[in-house]
Design a protein around this ligand. Sequence first.
Ligand code: UDP
Length: 241
Amino acid sequence: MEKPEKLIVDGKRLDGRAPDELRPLKIQAGVLKRADGSAYVELGKNKVLAAVYGPREMHPRHHQQPDTAVLRCRYNMAPFSVEERKRPGPDRRSVEISKVAREALEPVVFLELYPRSAIDIFIEILQADAGTRTTGITAASVALADAGVPMRDLVSAVAVGKVDDTIVLDLTKEEDQWGTTDMPIALMPRKKLITLLQMDGHFTHEEFKRALALAFNGCEQIYEAQKRALREKYSVKPEEE
Ligand code: UDP
């Protein structure tokens, strides 16, 4: 696609959304039989799967911590997830995203309950359209809860940014590519604690405050959908009792 002259026309974005609108969101908990916990998330054209294994004994043993569990995270993009085939295997970007995703999730998990253990999180990007690190974190926190890992809260994540001088929620690939700023954020919604904040581009102080408010609002909507997905999985319907 060629860069259009304007990314926002009459207050509407290329996909018809208002600046403060999230893409259509679908979350399903417990989609994989062999993982201890799992979740599938669609956010617009993003399709992301997260699987959790553990807590289980840490191998290799010399990585065991005597007083805590260790969270490990692998973010991986499928070769067919992007327009230009992604070369399989880790690269600088996926190593960075794996690290920031782990750091975004660590604060919610009661790791101290499982000394010498490992909790493994796999984030698989099946289809990408910008915001895959945040969608991956959203999926991973549902997968952790689905695995029964004791948690202080969920983590909800979304990107905000600036496109044609307008602050927008949840950027698409085109907006990420041609916009001026992209700021992914992850949040523990109950206490409003930020566990990930990255920024590509720049904001004035005022714009930053507005973008943050928009991200908090987006995370709140994602949080509700995450809880709904977990309730759907775990509510026992009368006919199944
Ligand atoms: N992307 C791509 N090829 C790559 C990496 C990324 O086409 O090798 C696209 C993909 O759609 C991704 C977007 O660029 O979602 C933005 O990537 P970024 O690094 O900003 O991370 P994200 O927004 O996905 O968290």
